[in-house]
Write a protein that binds this ligand. Structure first.
Ligand code: ZN
Length: 113
């Protein structure tokens, strides 16, 4: 497949955040026919390790959208494991707002409730 040809199962272009534009293939398994964005990670210094391998614990997150889904989800999980979950964009926005609120309360910048 050339870099400019979409696989037969993909009806339109990749969303602008997809890093797999040249990676999607005609023979991708149906479960693997997803767009994926750049991943980010945050080192978790206060988390108990999942493994005692000396590697830092991380929270990893990235955009993911199966080609038949109407909007992307955000994966939020520990290290490279399946421990975590998907958030809708609205859920992620609500979670971010709660995290910002808790940070302000924790730093004494807001009294909380
Ligand atoms: Zn894509």
């Amino acid at each position: 497949m050339s870099a400019t040809r979409r696989p037969y199962w993909l009806p339109g272009n990749c969303p602008p955040w997809c890093l797999l534009v040249t990676e999607h293939r005609d023979d991708d398994h149906p479960e693997d026919r997803s767009h994926a964005g750049r991943d980010a990670s945050v080192t978790l210094t206060a988390a108990d390790p999942l493994d005692l391998d000396g590697e830092p614990e991380e929270m990893r997150l990235y955009l993911l959208q199966h080609y038949r889904e109407c909007e992307p989800r955000i994966w939020l999980g520990r290290n490279d494991t399946d421990r975590g979950g998907h958030l809708t964009l609205d859920e992620a926005e609500a979670l971010a707002a709660e995290l910002r609120r808790l940070v302000k309360v924790g730093r004494g910048e807001d009294a909380g409730e």
